[in-house]
Design a binder for this molecule. Structure first.
Ligand code: XLS
Ligand code: NI
Ligand code: NI
Length: 435
C-alpha cells in the first residue's frame, strides 16, 4: 500500500534493453550474475535521505520549490511521515540500502539532549521500517556543517566547546548507526577547513582533527561496531581550504595520525572533478593504498563547475569507475550511494523515482561494460606489455641497488632508452567498444 504521494507509481521492474517504459529498468537486473556475483551485490545501491527527502528545493536565489506533505521538517510527526515516504520509495525501487545524516531524519532541537532523544526515537521507528521493508543502512553520518554552531568547523573549531559538541554528536550517530546494523560510518568534514589563514592555526586544527578521528576509531572498537569508518574527501566547498582535499591528501593525513589501517575513503564523483581529478583517478589512488571504501555516485554540471549533485547519466565515465572498483576486488562494506538530488523544477514524485531509475540503470550498464572489459582482458594485457621490461632480472635487481650501482650500469651496458608509444588513442578506442 503506497500513500497518496506515490499514487499511480508501480514497483519498478527489469524489462530489458528493448523496453521503452521510462519507469522500468533496462539494465539493472538485480539477480543477473556478473563476474560471478549478483548485480545487486556488486552495486549495493543506496538512496541519500538528505537530497531525496530533506532538501526543499531552495537555491541561493530562491526558496523551496518542493512542497512535500512532511515540510517544514520541524516536528516528530512529520519526521515519521518522511520516514514512511522514504521506505515506500525504497520499496518501489527495490533499493537495498539508504544513508542518512542525523539532521535529515530528526528535527533540529537546538540543544544536545533533545537532539539525542529525537534521534533515538526516530531511529527506533526507522529500525521497524527496515525490518518490514528489508532495506538496510549503508552508512550513517553526522551533519556538522549546516547549523550555525559549526560555522568555524567541528573538530577543527577554535572553540573547544564545539569540539566537545562534535564528539557528542558523532558518538550519538555511531550509536544509532550501530543500532540499525549500518555497514559503515562516514565523516565528511564539511566545515573542516578554513577561509583565511589570518585567523587560523592550521597545525592545531589538523592535530585536533587527527585526535578526534582517533577517538572515533577507539569508540567504534569499544562498542563492537564492525562497520568501516570512512572519510569523504572534497576540495574547496564549503570552506575555501578543505583539509580533506582529495584521496591523496586524506591518505597522507590518515598515515600521519596512525589511522591508515582503521579508516578508508568514501569517494564522490563530483568531488573528484572539483579537485581536478577524474573519478577513476581517485578510486585508483585509494585502491593502491587498500583504502577504497565506498562511493557517492553523483556528477557535477561540467559547464558551471559547481558540485551540483546530479544523478549520473554518463555510461563511459561510470564504466571506468566500476572498472577500477572491480579491479580492486569490488566493494566489501561499501556501495553506490546516490548523493544526488533532482533539479528544483523536478517537483513531482515521479521525478524523484525516475531519477533513481536512471541512475541505477546507468550504473548497471557501466558495471556490465566494466566486467566485459575485464573478461576481455585488453587493458590488462596492454598494461602488462607496457611494463614488461620490469619483468627482467636486471630490472628487478636494480630496485634493490644503490644510485651509484644503477648509474654505473648505464655506462657499462651503454643503456640508451628507446621511447615507445603510450597508445592512448588506441586504448580509448578499445574502451569505446564496450561502453
Ligand atoms: C557534500 C557531501 C555530503 C556527504 C555526507 O558535498 O557529499 O553529502 O556525502 O555528509
Ligand atoms: Ni558532495
Ligand atoms: Ni557525498
Amino acid at each position: 500500500m503506497t500513500s497518496r504521494f506515490f499514487e499511480g507509481i508501480e514497483k519498478i521492474r527489469y524489462e530489458g534493453v528493448d523496453s521503452s517504459n521510462p519507469m522500468a529498468f533496462r539494465h539493472y537486473n538485480p539477480d543477473e550474475v556478473v563476474m560471478g556475483k549478483r548485480m545487486e551485490d556488486h552495486l549495493r545501491f543506496a538512496v541519500a535521505w538528505w537530497h531525496s527527502f530533506a532538501w526543499e528545493g531552495g537555491d541561493p536565489f530562491g526558496g523551496p520549490t518542493l512542497e512535500r506533505p512532511w515540510h517544514p521538517q520541524d516536528d516528530m510527526g512529520r519526521a515519521r511521515m518522511k520516514a514512511d515516504i522514504a521506505f515506500e520509495m525504497f520499496d518501489i525501487l527495490g533499493q537495498p540500502y539508504f544513508c542518512w545524516h542525523d539532521a535529515d531524519i530528526r528535527p533540529e532541537q537546538g540543544n544536545f539532549a533533545d537532539n539525542l532523544r529525537t534521534l533515538e526515537e526516530i531511529t527506533d521507528y526507522i529500525g521497524e521500517k527496515m525490518r518490514a521493508v528489508g532495506t538496510k543502512l549503508l552508512w550513517g553520518t553526522a551533519n556538522m556543517f549546516s547549523h550555525r554552531r559549526w560555522m568555524s568547523g567541528a573538530s577543527t573549531n577554535p572553540d573547544p566547546d564545539v569540539f566537545a559538541f562534535a564528539a557528542a554528536t558523532v558518538k550519538s550517530c555511531i550509536d544509532a548507526t550501530h543500532k540499525l546494523g549500518g555497514e559503515n560510518y562516514v565523516l565528511w568534514g564539511g566545515r573542516e577547513g578554513y577561509e583565511t589563514l589570518l585567523n587560523t592555526d592550521l597545525k592545531a586544527e589538523l592535530d585536533h582533527m587527527g585526535r578526534f578521528l582517533n577517538m572515533v576509531v577507539d569508540y567504534k572498537h569499544k562498542i563492537g561496531f564492525k562497520g568501516a569508518i570512512l572519510v569523504e574527501p572534497k576540495p574547496q566547498e564549503p570552506s575555501k581550504h578543505q583539509y580533506d582535499y582529495d584521496a591523496a591528501t586524506c591518505i597522507g593525513f590518515l598515515r600521519k595520525y596512525g589511522l591508515e589501517d582503521e579508516v578508508k575513503l568514501n569517494l564522490e564523483q563530483g568531488h573528484a572533478i572539483l579537485a581536478g581529478h577524474s573519478f577513476e583517478h581517485e578510486i585508483a589512488v585509494a585502491a593502491a593504498e587498500g583504502m577504497l571504501g565506498s562511493i557517492d555516485m553523483n556528477r557535477n554540471d561540467y559547464q558551471s563547475g559547481w558540485d551540483t549533485d546530479q544523478f549520473p547519466n554518463n555510461t563511459p565515465e561510470v564504466a571506468l569507475a566500476y572498472y577500477y572498483i572491480l579491479k580492486a576486488g569490488g566493494f566489501s562494506t561499501g556501495g553506490t550511494n546516490f548523493d544526488a538530488k533532482i533539479r528544483r523544477q523536478s517537483i513531482d514524485a515521479e521525478d524523484l523515482v525516475a531519477a533513481h531509475v536512471g541512475g541505477m540503470d546507468v550504473c548497471a550498464r557501466g558495471l556490465k561494460a566494466a566486467a566485459a572489459m575485464i573478461e576481455d582482458g585488453g587493458l590488462d594485457s596492454a598494461l602488462a606489455n607496457r611494463y614488461s621490461g620490469w619483468q627482467s632480472p636486471e630490472a628487478q635487481v636494480m630496485l634493490g641497488s644503490s644510485l651509484e650501482e644503477v648509474a654505473s650500469r648505464v655506462l657499462i651496458e651503454a643503456i640508451k632508452p628507446e621511447p615507445r608509444s603510450g597508445r592512448q588513442e588506441y586504448l580509448e578506442n578499445y574502451v569505446n567498444r564496450f561502453v
